[in-house]
Design a protein around this ligand. Sequence first.
Ligand code: NAP
Ligand code: MG
Length: 404
Amino acid sequence: MAKIKMNVPLVEMDGDEMTRIIWKMIKEIILEPYVELKTEYYDLGLEYRDKTDDQVTVDAAMATKKYGVAVKCATITPDAERIKEYNLKQMWKSPNGTIRSILDGTVFRAPIVVSSIKPSVRTWKKPITIARHAYGDIYKDVEYRVEGPGKAELVFTTAGGEVSRQTIHEFKGAGVILGMHNIDDSIKSFARACFNYALDQKQDLWFATKQTISKKYDHTFKDLFEEVFEKEYKKKFQDANIEYFYTLIDDAVARIIRSEGGMIWACKNYDGDVMSDMVATAFGSLAMMTSVLVSPDGKYEYEAAHGTVQRHYYQHLKGQETSTNSMATLFAWSGALRKRGELDGIKELVDFADKLEAASIKTIEEGVMTKDLAQLSEISDKKVVNTREFLIEVNKRLAEMLKA
Ligand code: NAP
Ligand code: MG
């Protein structure tokens, strides 16, 4: 078989630790035999980020803006320990945060579903994708500890100097106060990213807030979603035969648990933080969660939801065998290659991505899996393999499928 050719480069962001090892193996074992990979490579490994004063992260994000599609390996977000470990010039910011703010993107997380691993929620048959708003609310709040009696007020001064003043509470004793905000532009960008992604995936979009209690704050989210939907997306949703569904957050939670899954669930920042951990855990494993950052103007960055799997890396460095799950990183590559294929009209690349995903799932369904899944899978005849063996097993099935 002749190798599949690409026209436009895919932005490739390398990363750290165990996932960096997996990254190289995936390219060697799974991709390079079949695809003449055309990537623009950026090394987001911590050493090179430090060497370039983190300029490489900004360059990689700008390249994503230019070419439209990126695939990213997990990276270390430095803390005090990492500064010592890597002798860093400073505590560089999270690369994901930097990329997200340059692309003004929304993160969508979806589990990879395999039949032998049953979700904790019996009715769930299809993946549930969580879209989390990434700006504001308690993540950019101001808090105050009240130590004794006094009056708390909410004061807003317009640019012209007009003052509005409301009493929050007359404290008779100690307590707490919190001030938070959001902005219409960010909420509308979030809404557009969600509506676009729903059209892209041909899945219903759900959104929920507590607008009955929070009559201005949460109601603004509900109203802006409604406004953007009515003006820009209603017709497109009708044509695609999908639905936009709004309900109260408590009702949404109850309905999600009783559902079959298969929808995109848009969440406010805090709800998304909590619900994405709930959904991931209920579907089985963090190692099976994929993640894609989508900008309002349709740029895509694919990655695994998990981190660099540090504990396994230290084992690997000691020469010990590891059984690290590469599924989410494989799906980051397949997602990015499929999107590149769709945008450039390369059918073979789309087909390759579909088969790569099918071969990966088939491997696990036939009982060949890494240690983390062996504990969850209901298959009786399991073969637990190491990191490299798993990829070789996927490749065996992929080669068969590509021949067919
Ligand atoms: P982690 O890499 O997600 O791993 C936490 C634990 O989850 C692992 O020790 C392992 O459990 C299990 N696990 C995660 N992924 C797995 C996989 N693919 N296969 C098998 N088991 C897997 O989180 P962390 O160790 O807390 O963080 C390590 C580094 O990752 C940190 O420096 C953090 O900054 C970074 N991080 C990056 C991203 C990103 O780039 N998107 C996201 C999160 C964290 P066992 O040890 O029990 O086997
Ligand atoms: Mg969280």
